[in-house]
Design a protein around this ligand. Structure first.
Ligand SMILES: [Zn+2]
Length: 412
């Protein structure tokens, strides 16, 4: 039987990014398609029946789902990554689910027959929103949390729409969207994920086995907004400093305002992680700057107030530079409290595991609106994620797969 680390070793070289470090595996890129093929092959090798649904999520079934039979137990995560991400964010949950299937088999457990419910391992597309801008796009589509027309028209950096990308990979763009039949098959969803902050480290001494796996409680409310600052494109050599309407200078002040406003509020996080001058030349004063802001806070009304305050400061900064600024919301997810009954079941099954809230978004947070959902976190000794430094020790990965197998066995 393969360990989780051995399963992950087989994709160690897929999507490595020599410039950024780590991995770049945007949805429907060559790397992510390789991972999808890998997942299908791994599932088939384990005798699971694989299907891809109309939104591009892959389901590997142990036992057949049926509308008349019991609802399935579902586990899984995602295969795509942020630009220059770590090896574990997403694939750890998929690999642990595959390893858990092996462990259940070894324990003599059978899903989908003899009264036991079917079990599925899933991989959702575009969880990170790295290519089309909306995080958890696959689970949002399936659950109806995003309008299908809006999803179809999302574009990547090369101007390719999500509809075009989906069509290139065998999906019918007209069939993207809410899929109540797929959801009705699911009784519960359990996502195992690498911890993406210092939560588990701070719970106890590093290396203590008791904190290697934690049970999720809540997912921090988060959203993405786009600023467009417009000024006057011009020549860097002939335009006097006093004659400029330089949107980059205004944008720099917005970046600082984001940091100051969030730093002044407990539990707030706000980030400008992407900024794009147009046209983008060394000897060119930009005509516009686009930048994307991520804001998070446990209280959704505080998030709204933070965004409003930042917007006000951005308007002042833009006006002072002779520029204008617009702000549009690209996506928003409320703070999610994961199903209390399911959490309590997980605590019964994993009595050593502490509780942990997360500041990162997950498909489980989107699915929680339509099916009871739970999360397991595996300790990340660096406390760093969305970066090549993200890490999971082999022993902790094994403990995570054991915990997932215990949970699945208990819930089946
Ligand atoms: Zn993730």
């Amino acid at each position: 039987m393969e360990t989780v680390s051995q399963v992950l070793d087989s994709i160690d070289d897929v999507g490595r990014d020599p410039r950024r470090g780590g991995y770049s595996r945007p949805v429907y890129s060559a790397a992510e398609l390789d991972l999808r093929s890998w997942f299908i092959e791994q599932a088939q090798r384990r005798g699971l029946d694989v299907e891809t649904d109309r939104n591009g999520a892959i389901w590997a079934w142990w036992g057949s789902p049926s509308s008349s039979g019991p609802q399935a137990l579902v586990t899984g995560s995602h295969l795509d990554s942020v630009p220059g991400g770590g090896a574990f964010d997403g694939p750890l949950g998929v690999a642990s689910a595959l390893a858990a299937v092996d462990k259940l088999r070894a324990r003599g457990i059978t899903a989908g027959e003899g009264g036991a419910r079917p079990l599925a391992v899933t991989a959702f597309p575009e969880e990170e929103g790295s290519r089309f801008g909306v995080a958890c796009l696959g689970s949002r589509l399936m659950s109806g949390a995003i309008d299908a027309d809006r999803a179809r028209s999302l574009t990547d950096a090369d101007g390719i729409t999500f509809a075009e990308a989906a069509a290139r990979h065998g999906l019918d763009p007209q069939h993207l969207g809410a899929d109540p039949q797929a959801i009705d098959r699911v009784g519960q969803f359990v996502e195992l994920h690498v911890e993406q902050g210092r939560g588990q480290i701070d719970l106890g001494p590093a290396g203590g086995a008791e904190n290697s796996v934690a049970i999720g409680t809540s997912i921090l409310g988060h959203g993405r907004w786009k600023f467009t600052v417009r000024g006057q494109g011009n020549h860097a050599g002939t335009t006097l400093m006093s004659d400029r309407a330089d949107p980059m200078v205004a944008a720099a002040q917005v970046v600082l305002a984001v940091q100051r406003v969030a730093a002044g509020r407990d539990d707030a996080r706000a980030t400008i992680g992407r900024l794009q001058p147009l046209p983008g030349g060394t000897n060119v004063i930009a005509s516009a700057v686009e930048m994307w802001m991520d804001v998070r806070h446990p209280d959704d009304s505080v998030t709204a107030a933070l965004v409003e305050t930042i917007h006000g400061k951005a308007q002042i900064a833009a006006a002072n530079e002779g520029c204008t600024v617009t702000l549009t919301e690209e996506s928003y997810s409320n703070t999610v409290h994961l199903d209390a009954g399911l959490q309590s079941r997980l605590h019964d099954l994993l009595p050593q595991a502490p509780s942990l809230a997360t500041g990162a978004g997950h498909d489980a947070g989107v699915l929680a609106a339509v099916v009871p959902s739970a999360m397991l976190f595996v300790r990340n000794p660096t406390g760093i994620s969305h970066s090549p430094e993200e890490w999971v020790e082999r022993d902790d990965a094994d403990a995570g797969a054991d915990a997932l197998a215990d949970v699945l066995e208990g819930l089946l």
